[in-house]
Write a protein of this length. Structure first.
Length: 589
């Protein structure tokens, strides 16, 4: 499975969620599925500050502990339901919107895998396999149709036998499904539905199908690739079958039929109601962890996850009495019970452990703390080597390095801006206007940097100039600013001095946008979202003239969205494009 869940930072109407609570729930759901399934791909958004929020970091920390616990546990899934597929199965929406919400775990497996099993453990088997060869049919009849199983066929299963002919034949499907079918003369629209005969099957009382969202009724006549995905132009023509749904003309669209050793269910569509599947699971005798809600449930070994759709108290029924521990709330819901009543909020994700994990989680947490200390110590050492050695001497001139990088600055900020939800169009306007506005009192030319001079932003935040000898081609604010967040502006300044003077080029590069001044005169600006450079790092060069033995104030105003997209870099080049190594950089006027 490829998980492509989006958080509040995604900023798009499709797939996006609006707030931090929903974001945390999405991340919990993704982690629960990967933990329970045991494998999978988890898409992280390539956004600037998506995972910089403290709540998300705390969540990731807990998830790392849960993942280590899961690696110690037996995660065999004791599923009593199987969903059987082949190359022609249309299963994606069915799994996400229906099967995951029927209150019981299930296995999704190929037909070949099912038929290879020595002992088939399933009580309900859902089959969406329009193509079955002769050998597979023989094994299915011998190994699957027994032990009181309920077998549900979606669309005319087995209508094609490639050993005989590539053309579909309803007689083959009738034989496999255990009830007779016939072709409809005219494709119906807007079918009407009625309840199952409750006197014949009490467990299915008041059971009904939900009509498909879209009727795509295609004749069975045609090539293999044209086997219909949603519905089939077929009716049940069996007097011993119990009707569950009707077409407009009164013919049967879905039915149930009892055999000596198994029960057959047929539906003409795979666009089913989760409640319908929940009732089917209960009728087959498969264990359900809940009945009355249509939550998404993931279960494996000792792990049980609920992703809720509505608020209410869940009656969680375990296969046998055991402790129930909430892995995120870090507490026991109860101990030694088989049934638990657990209040849950709408659109939330709850992750439980069946048993007592506290001692193992405590040891895991201690080990992670020790590892983090070792890693942070190494990181601090590297950061000191890269950014803080040698310590800046404010009355000392630093040379432009051999590749022309301006590596020594005074740094003011960051100024945190108010975060607001904006559409992409609004964001373009915001990002262009924010740099054109003054976020610190006074004109740009009045921001004469002095060591640790304090300034007050319009938001009332106290800031100070600080030396910043980063010594690298590109500067990232996250290396110097704790709790780095989205939407900020910071300033960097330095004095340039040339003994001989002359013409030079300043090359500026930033992730989001910037403005550049020299001696209080604005040289220009560039923006991250400005066409045609949309979503590209901004690069711009400005021609300047330096007077011999005069210190010229270079000031940058940089807009950032945080995290890895928080940086900027600057180079000073001679008129011919070579590094201006003859120029000195001062941090003091």
């Amino acid at each position: 499975d490829e998980l492509d869940f989006r958080t509040m930072y995604y900023g798009a109407k499709q797939f996006g969620v609006p707030d931090m609570a929903s974001t945390l729930s999405v991340l919990k759901r993704a982690h629960a599925l990967v933990t329970v399934e045991g494998c999978g791909g988890y898409w992280y958004e390539f956004r600037s500050t998506t995972y910089r929020h403290p709540q998300i970091w705390r969540l990731f920390r807990r998830q790392s502990e849960i993942s280590e616990l899961a690696a110690m546990c037996n995660r065999d899934n004791p599923a009593e339901i199987a969903f059987v597929t082949c190359d022609y199965t249309d299963w994606a929406d069915l799994r996400l919107n229906v099967l995951d919400r029927m209150g019981a775990p299930y296995h999704a497996l190929r037909l070949e895998t099912l038929l290879e099993m020595e002992n088939i453990p399933y009580k309900l088997i859902i089959v969406d396999v329009p193509v079955i060869n002769t050998r597979q049919r023989e094994l299915f009849d011998k190994k699957v149709k027994k032990d009181g199983r309920w077998i549900m066929f979606l669309r005319p299963a087995g209508a094609i036998n490639p050993d005989i002919s590539p053309s579909p034949d309803l007689a083959r499907s009738s034989s496999l499904c255990g009830m007779k079918f016939a072709a409809l003369a005219k494709p119906p629209r807007n079918p009407e539905y009625k309840t199952v005969n409750s006197s014949t099957f009490p467990a299915l009382a008041e059971l009904s199908l939900t009509p498909p969202k879209e009727q795509r009724l295609v004749s069975l006549h045609g090539t293999l690739i044209k086997i219909p995905r949603q519905t089939a132009n077929v009716k049940v023509d069996d007097k011993d079958a119990v009707p569950m749904a009707e077409w407009n003309d009164g013919s049967i669209a879905a039915a149930l039929k009892k055999h000596a050793q198994w029960t057959s269910i047929y539906t003409s569509t795979n666009d089913l109601n989760p409640l319908f599947m929940s009732k089917m699971a209960k009728a087959s005798g498969a264990h359900q962890y809940e009945e009355n809600f249509d939550d998404v449930i993931y279960m494996n070994g000792e792990f049980l996850a609920f992703h809720t759709r509505q608020e209410g108290t869940r009656k969680i029924v375990l296969p046998e009495a055991a402790d129930l521990y909430d892995l995120y709330e870090k507490r026991f819901i109860g101990r030694g019970q088989k049934v638990y009543d657990v209040p849950m909020k709408a659109l939330d994700t709850r992750f439980f452990f069946i048993g007592d994990p506290e001692e193992r989680l405590e040891k895991i947490s201690q080990r992670i703390d020790e590892e983090n200390l070792r890693r942070s110590g190494m990181y601090d050492k590297v950061r000191r080597e890269q950014a803080q050695v040698p310590p800046p001497e404010l009355d000392h001139a630093f040379k432009v390095d051999p590749i022309g990088t301006l590596g020594y600055w005074l740094f003011l900020g960051p100024l945190h801006l108010k975060q607001e939800r904006r559409t992409p169009e609004e964001n373009i306007v915001f990002e262009e206007n924010i740099l054109r506005s003054e976020s610190i009192k006074g004109e740009p030319g009045s921001l004469i940097p002095a060591p640790y001079k304090k300034e007050i932003s319009l938001l009332g935040t106290e800031m100070a100039w600080r030396p910043l000898p980063y010594g690298l081609p590109y500067f990232y604010a996250e290396n110097y600013v704790e709790n780095f967040e989205r939407d900020i502006i910071f300033y960097a300044a330095a004095w340039l001095e040339s003994a001989k003077g002359g013409n030079y080029k300043i090359h500026i590069e930033s992730e989001r946008g910037n403005q550049v001044w020299l001696d209080g005169k604005k040289l220009g600006e560039s923006f991250y979202l400005q066409q045609p450079l949309r979503y590209q790092r901004q690069k711009k060069e400005f021609e300047i003239t330096l007077t011999p033995e005069k210190k010229h104030l270079l000031l940058l105003k940089v807009w950032s969205a945080g995290s890895i997209n928080s940086g900027w870099g600057a180079k000073l080049l001679a008129a011919n494009g070579s590094p201006a190594t003859d120029v000195n950089i001062w941090l003091k006027q």
